[in-house]
Ligand binder design. Structure first.
Ligand SMILES: [Zn+2]
Ligand SMILES: [Zn+2]
Length: 263
C-alpha cells in the first residue's frame, strides 16, 4: 500500500489544482493521496504562500468535493499548519471545525525568521546567531508537539535546506524535541524533497531517524510534492533509509486515527 500525504495544490503554493494531483496520483499508482495545503497563521505578517486565512472552509469543501467524486485513489483531507506560540490557541479552534484526516505540524518561522525561504537569511547571520536559530527551532518543534494540535511533524530538520548545518552538537535539543513528539504520540515523516534541494539529503538525517525509531515514533514517507510528477519522488530511496534506521512499518491516517501499513 502506497500513500503520499504531504502535497500542495494551488490552494497554497502548488502548481496544479486538486484534480491535477489526483491525476498524478493515478499515474503513480497511489492507494491514498493526501492534500495538505499550507495554513500559516503568522503573527508577524502575511505569508504569501499560505492559503488565505479566512478560506479554510472553502479549501476543506474543495477537497471534500474531490473525495466525493473519486473512488481511486482514496483522497485524504489534510492540512500543513504552522506552529506559532502566539496563534496556536486560535489555530486549534479553527482546525477543530473540520473533519481532517490528519494535521501536519510545521515550523517554517522562528519568531519571524524564515527557516526555509531563502539562503540569504542564513548567510546574513553570524555563526553565533545561527546556533541561536537552531536552538530556537528545536524549542519550537518541542512546543509544537506539546500543543497536541498536530498528528505528525513535517520535515523535522528543515533548517539544513540550504546546506547550513549546526557547527556544534545540538543533539540534546533535538532529542528533547523527539521526546516531546513521542510523549504526544505523534509521528514524523521522511520528506524526500530534501534530496532535490541544495542540502541533497532527505529530512530528517539518518541519525535523527534512528533516534525517532528508538523512541517508537511512527513514520510516514512523503514527497512534499508541489507538482504531480513529484508525488512519489525518491520513495524507494526513502524506504531503504527507513529500513536502515530500523523501521519495519509505516502509518496512514483516517479521521485523525493512525493505522499501521507495511513498509
Ligand atoms: Zn513545509
Ligand atoms: Zn509542504
Amino acid at each position: 500500500m502506497i500513500t503520499s500525504y504531504h502535497n500542495h495544490t494551488t490552494w497554497s503554493d502548488g502548481a496544479t489544482p486538486i484534480a491535477g494531483q489526483i491525476e498524478g496520483a493515478r499515474q503513480a499508482g497511489l492507494d491514498e493521496l493526501g492534500i495538505s495545503d499550507h495554513y500559516v497563521f503568522n503573527p508577524h505578517g502575511v505569508t504569501t504562500w499560505s492559503m488565505p486565512l479566512d478560506k479554510m472552509a472553502d479549501y476543506v469543501a474543495d477537497v471534500q468535493q474531490a473525495m466525493a467524486q473519486t473512488t481511486s485513489p482514496v483522497i485524504r483531507l489534510g492540512i500543513e499548519a504552522d506552529y506559532f506560540p502566539e496563534t496556536i490557541d486560535e489555530l486549534r479552534r479553527r482546525l477543530a471545525l473540520y473533519p481532517f484526516d490528519y494535521v501536519i505540524g510545521s515550523v517554517h518561522y522562528v519568531d519571524g525568521f524564515p527557516i526555509d525561504e531563502h539562503r540569504r537569511f542564513w548567510d546574513a547571520l553570524t555563526p553565533e546567531e545561527r546556533v541561536e536559530k537552531w536552538r530556537d527551532y528545536w524549542k519550537r518543534i518541542r512546543e509544537l508537539a506539546e500543543s497536541r494540535v498536530f498528528d505528525f511533524v513535517a520535515h523535522l530538520d528543515l533548517f539544513k535546506k540550504f546546506g547550513h548545518r549546526p557547527t556544534l552538537d545540538l543533539s540534546a535539543e533535538a532529542h528533547a524535541a523527539l521526546d516531546a513528539i513521542a510523549t504526544a504520540d505523534m509521528a514524523i515523516e521522511i520528506n524526500t524533497a530534501g534530496w532535490n534541494l541544495p542540502v541533497k539529503e532527505a529530512y530528517p538525517t539518518l541519525n535523527l531517524l534512528r533516534a525517532a525509531r528508538e523512541r517508537a515514533i511512527p513514520l510516514l514517507i512523503n514527497a512534499d510534492a508541489h507538482h504531480p510528477k513529484n508525488l512519489t519522488r525518491d520513495f524507494d530511496r526513502a524506504r531503504a533509509l527507513a529500513r536502515e534506521a530500523g523501521y519495519t512499518q509505516l502509518v496512514r491516517y483516517e479521521m485523525r486515527q493512525r493505522f499501521p501499513i507495511p513498509l
